[in-house]
Design a protein around this ligand. Sequence first.
Ligand SMILES: Nc1ncnc2c1ncn2[C@@H]1O[C@H](COP(=O)(O)OP(=O)(O)OP(=O)(O)O)[C@@H](O)[C@H]1O
Ligand SMILES: [Mg+2]
Length: 312
Amino acid sequence: MKSLVIGDLNVDIIVSGAPQLPVLGHEIPCEDIQTVMGGAASIFACRLAQLGGNVDIFGKLGNDVNGSIVLKNFRSSGVGVDKVKVLVGFKTGITISLTYPKNRALITYVAGIDNLTKFDVDPEIFLGYNHLHVSSIYILRKMLSSFSWLFSEAKKLGLTTSLDTNDDPLNKYEYIDEILRHVDIFLPNDKEAKAITGKNSVRAALEKLNEKVPVVVIKQGRKGAIGNDGKRTFKVKPLHIKPVDTTGAGDSFDAGFIYYYLHKNQDFKASLEFANALGALSCLYVGGAEERITEFDVIKFMAQQKGMEKTR
Ligand SMILES: Nc1ncnc2c1ncn2[C@@H]1O[C@H](COP(=O)(O)OP(=O)(O)OP(=O)(O)O)[C@@H](O)[C@H]1O
Ligand SMILES: [Mg+2]
């Protein structure tokens, strides 16, 4: 079983411990600045590889320091990088994240991330893979009208497909109906699921999405997750944690689900529980997928949580 991931690749420059928002004409101090790998697709691929999944990633990076940070993370996690294009004279995408205790202010160099077009993807790229996962289609605006074609080409070659749209900054979710026709597993969060379906409740959104997609899982942050595999609806309760940084929780959840459900061929409910645990576990570490989390770590964490439940 081998997966290919397509989506957003970039670095996050995380500025923490500043006493206030920056003010024009003034300098403010901060406690730390870290450059870490970012991008939903990158985080998904790293998590899947850390668990033991056989996975490659496709995307473009610049031949610069930030590009090497992303590549280093792929390599140390075990993600195959043969399909990554490193381009001279091209700048890797960057998001600067000014983090404050209750919220973040983000500035993104978009051109470095929104760099894929239909002409970059030859359907032959899918040969040798069993599964395609795509992340963050609404950041990849130049590719947006071609995702339906991309998924249908993958399906023609016999791959299964999964999608996490992530947020649409324009809140329009264009092209989604035609894209979902070629998607086997859809993994939105609750806000995205409601916006896409126009439904007010998560259950109603789930039902509507299941009319188009066989397997749907809706992530609900600190409320856990709910999903339906075309046969039954299961809800998983959130695990008890004190989150340190929720960056990448959704992408880690997705990787946990795809690993267990497809790479390990486990049943739907067990896969939801595994994903829910990996999502929670990822909230205990700063950054998207810097801290390595293995299958053993997730199983151990689930056993600890079960033990705590008994004493509660
Ligand atoms: N505070 C929390 N407590 C327990 N589990 C959590 C918490 N936050 C997230 N999770 C787990 O991680 C999963 C994914 O988180 P979330 O719903 O925030 O995804 P998302 O909105 O797609 O996130 P992202 O910002 O990464 O795109 C949840 O469904 C849950 O399983
Ligand atoms: Mg998400």
